[in-house]
Ligand binder design. Structure first.
Ligand code: CTP
Length: 402
């Protein structure tokens, strides 16, 4: 994710079994374009070797405040001054307690205490047994650390290394990566509410068959993620897709176009922006048979009648809030040819201020795309890039229109 490109992060590991996930996190951060300086506590070295993290980060790892490689012998000052943020993952219960009290008896806590507090944010990913996480001491520590300006990430829920089940696992590496990417994104939609539709719809013919299309939902999910990264409250109404929910986004799963419309109408009043990326089926079978349609032996296929589905985008855009501009509506156009002409005509037909054209066959299921943004002032191309990068560019464009 591009917001991490060029960032320099100190990745601190304290002692916890979740340290194995930090190796993956380190690798993912480097892949995202960040430089990573790893600092480990002595306890962390019981779980993960410095050799592993040196190999993954491409930099020697610091484990002691007495490290003689630093000319001035002040690793805690030097390392923290050059960082865009310090990320402690895993942050053990003991390490959180140390941070809270400003203790500084080894390099990592010393460095956290010595960091310029207004310039170098401290982000921690707690990791501990569920009883430790629920203990009033930890609850107090987390609340006070947040009040002190430390960014305490959520914990995961589920089976723990100790065999118990509950809250307290460290988030997975990809979840921490997403939270860090969001942390660095400019908060251009702070306080705004955004509603997004994504994916195909599925229109049943009978209990086991239906018609749908090849939309993967990737673009809509990327748009929802980008809006959340920009600080918005995001509701994502998703047709049947196989994608994880972007972090921090409220997801409503639907199947058919009519269900999608109902879900949209239930959430649209709270929204400032509506972005319709879903590839909604234009027609549905007039009747969905209650039982499986069987061959009747005649060799003839069953005849199916179709009826048109409601146009979700047009319905919302033509509502009083859509017409007045209180709700900023954005549509997508999946075309196969003559992109500019079709997108321009469709924008007027749907009555939306912004329509985003793309070539359907070239984008469905892919990770990359190119977009054509058409509004009343003309057309603007976002050239081929990852859907996530395009989503960030689109959200930036939308934020300027509000
Ligand atoms: N859309 C919608 N509800 C529908 C059909 C489309 O909300 N029943 C929205 C899509 O989410 C997209 C925009 O309208 O934002 C354009 O969708 P598209 O399928 O490209 O256009 P159609 O209106 O279906 O026109 P056509 O298929 O004739 O190109």
């Amino acid at each position: 994710m591009s917001t991490l490109a060029g960032k320099h992060l100190v990745l601190g590991l304290s002692g916890g079994i979740a340290a194995y996930k930090s190796a993956e996190l380190c690798r993912a951060l480097v892949k995202a374009g960040a430089t990573v300086q790893v600092v480990m506590t002595e306890a962390a070295e019981h779980f993960m070797t410095a050799v592993t993290l040196q190999a993954l980060s491409g930099r020697p790892v610091y484990t002691s405040q007495w490290d003689r490689r630093e000319a001035n012998n002040m690793a805690h000052i030097n390392l923290s001054r050059e960082a865009d943020a310090i990320v402690v993952a895993p942050a053990s219960a003991d390490f959180l307690a140390k941070l809270l009290h400003g203790r500084a008896d080894e390099l990592l806590s010393l460095m956290c205490l010595a960091r310029p507090i207004d310039q170098v944010p401290l982000i921690v990913a707690p990791a501990m047994n569920r009883e430790m996480w629920l203990n009033p001491a930890t609850r107090r520590n987390v609340a006070q650390l947040r009040a002190d300006g430390v960014h305490v990430l959520d914990v995961g829920q589920g089976e723990q290394a100790c065999g118990e089940t509950g809250d307290g696992r460290m988030l997975e590496a990809d979840e921490i990566l997403e939270d860090l990417a969001a942390f660095f994104a400019p908060k251009i939609l702070q306080g705004q509410s955004v509603l997004v539709t994504a994916g195909p719809t599925y229109e049943a013919m009978d209990p086991v068959r239906g018609i749908t299309n090849l939309s993967s939902g990737k673009m809509g999910f990327a748009v929802a993620r980008a809006a959340h990264m920009a600080g918005a409250q995001v509701t994502l109404v998703a047709g049947p897709v196989h994608l994880p929910t972007p972090r921090g986004v409220q997801r409503v799963d639907v199947q058919s176009a009519r269900q999608m419309l109902d879900a949209v109408l239930a959430h649209v009043d709270a929204a400032r922006v509506f972005i319709a990326t879903a590839a909604v089926a234009d027609w549905r079978p007039a009747l969905a048979a209650e039982q499986k349609i069987k061959k009747d032996g005649s060799g003839l296929p069953p005849s199916l009648d179709f009826v048109e589905n409601p146009d979700i985008l047009a319905t919302v855009a033509q509502s009083p809030r859509g017409v007045s501009g209180a709700l900023f509506c954005v549509g997508f156009a999946a075309e196969s040819h003559d992109l500019l002409a079709h997108t321009t005509a469709k924008r007027l037909r749907k009555g939306v201020p912004l329509l985003v054209g793309n070539i359907g066959p070239a984008t469905f299921g892919q990770d990359d795309n190119a977009l054509l943004l058409v509004d009343e002032s003309g057309a603007h191309t976002l050239p081929q890039a990852s859907k996530q990068a395009l989503a960030i560019a689109l959200i930036t464009h939308i934020a300027k229109q509000l």
